[in-house]
Design a protein around this ligand. Sequence first.
Ligand SMILES: Cc1ncc(C[n+]2csc(CCOP(=O)(O)OP(=O)(O)O)c2C)c(N)n1
Ligand SMILES: [Mg+2]
Length: 594
Amino acid sequence: MASGTQTETAGRIRIGSNKTGAWLARYALEQLPVSHTFGIPGVHTTELYDELNQSEKIRPILVTHEVCGAFAADAISRTGGGRVGCLVIVPAAGVTHAMSGIGECYLDGIPLLVITGGPRTDVPFGYQLHEIDQQRLVDGIVKASWKVNEHSEIVPFIFEAYRTAVTGVPGPVLVEIPVNLQLFSQRVEDVPAFAAPAPEQPGVDRELDAAVGMLSAARAPGIFVGWGAVDVVDSVQKIAEILGAPVSTSLQGLSAFPGNHPLHTGMGFSRAAVPAAENAFAKCDCMLAIGVSFGEIPTGSFGCPVPENLIHIDISPQAIGRNFPAKIGLAGDSRVIVPQLLARLQASGAGNSARRREVEARIARDKSAYREEWHAHQSERVNPALFFEELRTRMHDDAIMTVDDGNHTFLAAELFQVRAPRSFISPTDFNSMGYAVPAAIGAKLANPSRQVVSIVGDGAFLMTGLETTTAATLGLGIAYFVFDDGELSQISQGQEIPYNRKSCTTLGTIRIKGIAEATGAHYVAIENNTQIAAGIAEALTTAADGRPVIVDVHVDYSKRTRFTRGVVQTALKRFPLRDRMRFIARALVRKVTG
Ligand SMILES: Cc1ncc(C[n+]2csc(CCOP(=O)(O)OP(=O)(O)O)c2C)c(N)n1
Ligand SMILES: [Mg+2]
């Protein structure tokens, strides 16, 4: 609250004095679950920053680049226990810089509140600084946007923007407040009281019974969960146990089922999945999909076998049956639907403990064989499987991991065991590199008592790694593990076979130690397997003391992930025959000629 003199009547708060637009914006943000804002001030936002600086509820955070602000704010929404990430940025250049992060929230279904300044609306001049139609600019990557015209609109627009961001499929919203409104005051009689959006209640009785019937009749039921199931993990676990059904997750939803549960299989279930997942779902005759859109990554480029008997629960009616037809579609909030489904399943007396034992035994065998395959992989450099196993033993169950986009992401997905809901976050469908370093800052600010680690490729680290300076300034103990292979590996691996050439995927030489020195982070190097344990221990101990650490991991990338091998095969198969032949012929010729 920005003032102690207000009284509330009939959903309105009485103000009865002159207020600036900046005061009103701060007031509105303070009513919402906003704990931090991120951005870089400019002449169009200094008044608002001055207000936020006086807030006891909100802490404005200076970042080095607005895209980092957007990724950090995104992590607040993903890990902040109901909080919403918020950007306060300058118009035009601040917004375009932030757009990769806004787009990530848009495609990943993450709420984000973007507040921007705007050019003056009370002067007759054109060609003002940062003057651009921002609503048009962001149209394809926000759920909605508002441009404020007068003081009385500021509070209701911000409340409406927040409600839009968090209801239905969550996503980003933008509110532009022209600088003159922020700076100048006007008499304000009252403002609306904030009302949180009511939880959605689906009327799906008949479909729930049909779903129970279909699941009970299945010979080999399977469960596929995404980020949309991240808040119903307990219910999903019980459903899986009753049915004796294997559970696979999407990439974004890796934390939607505990990796140490015996029914957990891995990411996806196509040939691009780990063997435990591929085998467990090979004969699946009824799939329960919850909060997952069957996007490109977890389906291994849409190459997974989805049974006809698909029960699809998702907040987005558009996602249901979009890529694979659903026999039963339940559009709505999984937090409402899934506990109801569980209750009916329990009441129906369904259960198959023999199947459960069988399924669990097979998963355990497959997981152990895959682990052994990785252990047998010899290298002078760091074996990723040994690295992730050691990291797991030293991380608390509720520790948060942020990842970037690259080969390291899929290694983490295949080799690291994620245990707690919302403890693994990734830039998934917008797939924007540069996410992991700033996202870890948002995650740590939202969860100061939890360990936060980041797995980031060297290419991605070059994009946003300097944001480590913000972690150092704020005393945030984050361990950044930079997978240093000298390449944009996820792409260079894809170039290897078809092109037999690497075009623009080899990085220049970077001295990561220099970046650590420049930003004030502690530096650790892990050059081979014998240094893994001590290196991770040093990193986590230093981080626990409130200092960021950059760990230069000389990782070995010579063994391909199942994901990379699988998607290459699937994608090639879907090429028109003529082009497939052209690709294969070119690869063969280049193999001979070099
Ligand atoms: C902003 C952006 N640019 C380019 C890409 C394409 N891309 C996807 S993964 C990848 C390689 C990332 O390299 P690095 O960060 O070193 O990770 P590695 O694959 O080596 O683990 C690239 C270039 C992308 N996803 N996002
Ligand atoms: Mg790399």
